[in-house]
Write a protein of this length. Structure first.
Length: 355
């Protein structure tokens, strides 16, 4: 019998994350718990307000929009769970098996209603707790609903008032990374057309070009997180324009990512060392260098270092004149034609006109 790989088991059992939750998020969660406990304990007399504290903890999320969504899930889950528990308690009494039955019924009801997983778990937990702990306490079920609503409301208020998170800077970082990597891929492709390449260098060239797709996807995910962080956020006003501009930039240059990968693949498939002497190929290499310059310019990056700068917009684009090439040799015309097609599209994206 084959024993499991201990290294794989250690990886699957790892409960640590690569990055810590921001300390501010931890502080806001702690504050929400304390505030919910004190307020719910004052307004709702009876057992300790555990439901309020749990609701506040769960509702404080990385964005105000997520806090509102979690508050709705939590509140709906508690209300439905309490109703199920109350009906079963009236029908079958307070026998221990009724609590287990309530959990099963809650899961079936949530499944039939297509309720979200977060609310589904809350329905089952609420029904189980109400019957397991609240049968001897008058108005226990109603009090737990009130506690949950208080805790959820406090969680939203704390997250919205105390430095509500804005995830636009991380989105800017990811978009800038895409610009730098896209320009670098164009530069590497131009260099490969200007000097002889080994099979290993061509493999590396293609691999680095293909990595543009996950970089682009990471930028898109960061923009979605940024948009989510601005929803229901009182600090959103001054950030929406910047986020919209980044979205337009990503939409504009997503086809260029595809075209860059396509050109690199064409070179990988059709390469031979004699192309460095082909005048048409040298002309294409020059255009790729210019395109890399203009990609950095479009992303607001320093055209030499790739760092983000504010004054880059005053620099003139390099891709300003039509490409003039001689008829390629029969051995290279397929490769040259393929690259010209993609380069034409890159040129249209950068300049808005055709060759």
């Amino acid at each position: 019998m084959r024993l499991p790989d201990m290294r794989q088991m250690r990886g699957s059992l790892n409960v640590r994350t690569p990055r810590r939750v921001p300390l501010l998020q931890v502080a806001k969660s702690a504050l929400a718990i304390v505030a919910a406990w004190l307020l719910a304990g004052w307004l709702v007399q009876g057992p300790p307000p555990i439901f309020a504290a749990i609701a506040a903890l769960l509702v404080v999320q990385p964005s105000v929009n997520q806090s509102f969504t979690r508050a709705v899930e939590r509140s709906v889950g508690v209300i439905v769970g309490v109703v199920i528990a109350a009906l079963l308690g009236l029908a079958f009494g307070s026998q221990p098996w009724v609590a287990l039955l309530s959990a099963g019924v809650a899961l079936v009801v949530a499944w039939a209603a297509r309720i979200s997983p977060g609310a589904t778990n809350q329905i089952a937990i609420s029904a189980l707790l109400v019957l397991a702990l609240g049968t001897a306490t008058p108005n226990y079920a109603l009090d737990r609903v009130l506690e949950t609503l208080i805790g959820a409301a406090i969680g939203i208020v704390v997250n919205a008032v105390l430095v509500p998170p804005v995830l636009v800077p991380p989105a800017r970082e990811k978009v800038d990374t895409l610009g730098r990597e896209l320009a670098a891929s164009l530069e590497r492709l131009a260099d490969a057309l200007e000097s002889p390449q080994t099979p290993a260098s061509l493999e590396g060239l293609l691999l680095e070009a293909r990595l543009l797709r996950p970089v682009r996807d990471a930028a898109a995910d960061a923009l979605r997180d940024g948009e989510d962080s601005l929803a229901l956020n009182p600090r959103s006003g001054r950030h929406r324009t910047d986020l919209a501009a980044m979205g337009d930039l990503l939409d504009r240059f997503t086809p260029v990512v595809t075209q860059t990968v396509g050109m690199t693949r064409a070179v990988y498939d059709g390469y031979d060392s004699s192309i460095v002497d082909e005048p048409a190929v040298r002309a294409i290499a020059e255009q790729l260098h210019r395109a890399a310059h203009d990609v950095r310019l479009a992303f607001g990056l320093d055209t030499a270092s790739g760092r983000s700068i504010q004054a880059s917009a005053v620099e003139e684009p390099a891709l300003t004149r039509p490409l003039q090439i001689q008829t390629p040799s029969p051995a290279h015309w397929v490769l040259v034609g393929s690259m010209l097609t993609d380069l034409h599209r890159v040129h249209e994206t950068l300049r808005g006109d055709a060759f």
